[in-house]
Design a protein around this ligand. Structure first.
Ligand code: GLP
Length: 245
């Protein structure tokens, strides 16, 4: 199945288009289940969703969300936890019910059991209608790092050096970046009915080309998306430059 790819001249339009797809899903199905992402990429999408909510276009009252991942060892109220990020960038500004928000617990005593429980919660909720994704410079989705095999279910991950380096900008010292995370697996992501992946900036160009035009290879985890029937890839010009026409 061919990925749908849209390239926008203005970087913010890629993120705003993501908000339009999420908003459209919410209007069609008010009790939608969304898979959400962190990182700098979806910030524009979340801003736009907040605006659409302020404009009374969107109602989050019946929405449920599952975040892709969380760092292991950071309490939810740590300033760099993904829980804090989601509150600051989206949840504090929309009328989502707190009990409808799901983020893996990075402080769980038994991370393995937390992974299994998270996977079960997604299944019991009825599965994800729309999964929002960014992409790492090395082709990771969620925290599914390049590997010899596709890790299918929610699992504990050792972060790659490249990811630790890329995420160090958010921490006061590189040594403070957690070394592990809990992440939905590639299989969890692939079960979503629809996927929207946003990538902007030149440092994503190689990963985008490998995802779209490379072989399906766990060394580029995002390449598995080529086999999903409903994926929309939203790019700015810089992220699209390595794609061959
Ligand atoms: C993190 C997240 C991913 C995200 C990626 C890219 O490692 N776990 O979900 O897609 O980084 O982040 P950014 O959007 O900041 O480039």
């Amino acid at each position: 199945m061919k990925l749908i790819i849209r390239v926008f001249e203005r970087t913010e339009n890629a993120g705003q288009a993501g908000a339009m797809l999420i908003g459209g899903q919410m209007i069609r199905k008010p009790d939608s289940i969304f898979g959400l992402a962190t990182g700098s990429t979806p910030v524009t999408t979340y801003k736009q969703l907040i605006k659409m909510t302020d404009d009374k276009l969107l109602d989050w009252n019946r929405v449920t969300t599952f975040n892709l991942d969380e760092y292991v060892g950071l309490p939810g109220d740590h300033e760099q936890s993904y829980k804090t990020f989601m509150k600051a960038k989206l949840f504090d500004f929309v009328n989502i019910r707190p009990e409808a928000i799901h983020i893996p617990d990075g402080m769980a005593e038994d991370p393995g059991a937390e992974c299994m429980a998270y996977e079960r919660k997604i299944r019991e909720a009825g599965g994800i209608d729309l999964q929002l994704l960014g992409i790492g410079r090395n082709g990771h989705i969620g925290f599914n790092e390049p590997s010899d095999v596709f890790k299918t279910l929610t699992h504990c991950v050792d972060l790659s050096d490249d990811t630790i380096e890329a995420n160090a900008r958010f921490f006061s010292q590189p040594s403070r970046v957690p070394r592990q995370a809990i992440s939905m697996g590639v299989g969890t992501i692939m079960k979503a009915w629809q996927i929207v992946l946003i990538a902007t900036g030149s440092d994503k160009a190689r990963a985008v080309a490998a995802m779209v035009q490379g072989p399906i290879d766990p060394q580029c985890p995002a390449s598995i998306l080529q086999t999903h029937p409903r994926v929309t890839v939203l790019l700015d010009r810089a992220a699209s430059v390595a794609l061959s026409r």
